[in-house]
Ligand binder design. Structure first.
Ligand code: PMP
Length: 390
């Protein structure tokens, strides 16, 4: 028996926030168990199978016993393939000692924070933003400094708003382009502007790179070397369940990143790293096919949502999300998301999940078939018409 009065959960752990979208999904599943048919537009996960060439490479790697630990930073061959990829895509030169492979981008976000943050430090995040960021920062002992961003400006930071919040303790600024939840892609000028902050590290979450439907995404590394790039295979290669991601960091962090990974992970899965090489070098056509399909769905979804009366302030041209302003219809996105799930039988993510700056918005994912999107949006339209008539 643990004596009374002994705290059982650390203060830090009790402060970790949860994904509200999980609660919506739980509600949707509860309804499905009762026999209801739900269309899932809340899920942020590709609906495509992993390209065959990747799966076959993993099987071949398993069959040839690639089942041991690898170098703590990851297989040299995969790290080299990532360097080649960044050179080809962005024209930036990095070397394998600046790359660390891990089991998804989520862990590398934590490890990046451990490498740059001390207790009491601060990291700048936007509001709204991907909800996990704050918890990685908290886990590493630091605090978030939120910067309000505005829909009419594509939810981008205003340089002077960051400047006002900088203190001696500000260690990093997180950016995410293409962005979850907004689907917005930062322009080279916007990236250049962030790179001007030279007293902090820029932590650039580039996990949606490649899923871009107009122009192209630029890496922060084109504008500064003072950056930690977070990237991975989950989204572009439809590999969420494989758990494979990587971190690119300034050279002077090489030894410390190796030490961090040795201690906390030892290494990423060996045979999955071999599959990662196939993804980077042999899955180009598969990816092009997925991108084309996402784009068709994107255009359809944007048009339908606008027709229904949602405001889409800046066209989302990346990732697989539309962040739609529904303030005309409702104020409380949390309550509304549940109501839509229960009454219209469509799962959607409430904007409040991404911070107070997302209130009044809903995030719609087009990582599902066009048929589902059509049906889901028709249900939503009917629901909104009924709601407006009351
Ligand atoms: N960053 C962003 C913005 C994401 O949306 C996600 C996945 N939802 C991740 C990081 C984490 O991805 P993973 O751990 O699957 O690589």
């Amino acid at each position: 028996m643990i004596p009374k009065g002994v705290p059982m959960i650390s203060k830090r752990a009790s402060e970790f926030t949860s994904f509200i979208v999980m609660d919506v999904m739980a509600k949707a599943e509860e309804l499905e168990r009762k026999g209801e048919h739900i269309i899932h537009l809340e899920v942020g996960e590709p609906d495509f199978p992993t390209p065959k060439v990747i799966t076959e490479t993993a099987i071949a790697a398993l069959q040839s016993d690639k089942t041991r630990y690898t170098h703590a930073l990851g297989l040299l061959e995969l790290r080299q393939a990532i360097c080649d990829y960044y050179l080809k895509e962005y024209g930036v030169t990095i070397t394998p000692d600046q790359v660390m492979i891990s089991t998804g981008t989520s862990p590398v976000l934590l490890f990046a924070m451990l490498a740059i943050i001390d207790h009491g430090d601060e990291v700048i995040v936007s509001n709204p933003r991907y909800p996990c960021y704050q918890n990685f920062i908290l886990a590493a002992g630091a605090k978030i400094k939120e910067i309000q961003t505005y829909p009419e400006e594509g939810f981008q930071y205003r340089h002077k708003d960051i400047q006002k919040k900088l203190t001696r303790r500000t260690r990093g600024i997180i950016i995410n382009s293409p962005c979850n939840p907004t689907g917005i892609v930062m322009t080279p000028d916007q990236l250049k502007d962030i790179a001007l902050f030279d007293g902090q590290y820029i932590i650039s979450d580039e996990i949606y790179h490649g899923l871009v439907y107009k122009d192209r995404a630029h890496s922060i590394l084109e504008f500064t070397e003072r950056a930690f790039v977070i990237n991975g295979f989950s989204k572009l290669y439809a590999m969420t369940g494989w758990r494979l991601g990587y971190l690119i960091f300034p050279k002077k962090f090489s030894a410390v990143m190796q030490r961090i990974h040795q201690n906390f992970m030892i290494s990423a899965n060996a045979f999955i790293q071999w599959a990662g090489i196939a993804a980077l070098t042999q899955a180009r056509d598969d990816v092009a096919g997925m991108v084309k399909t996402y784009d068709e769905r994107r255009r359809y979804m944007i048009d339908r949502l606008k027709d229904m009366g949602f405001m889409i302030h800046v066209e989302p041209t990346g990732a697989f999300y539309v962040f739609a302003d529904g303030r005309k219809f409702f104020k409380d996105s949390y309550k509304e998301a549940f109501r839509i799930t229960e009454e219209a039988k469509v799962g959607v993510t409430p904007g409040i999940d991404f911070g107070s700056g997302g209130e009044g918005f809903l995030r719609f994912s087009y990582a599902t078939s066009l048929e589902n999107i059509k049906e889901g949006l028709s249900r939503l339209e009917k629901y909104l018409k009924k709601k407006n008539n009351h």
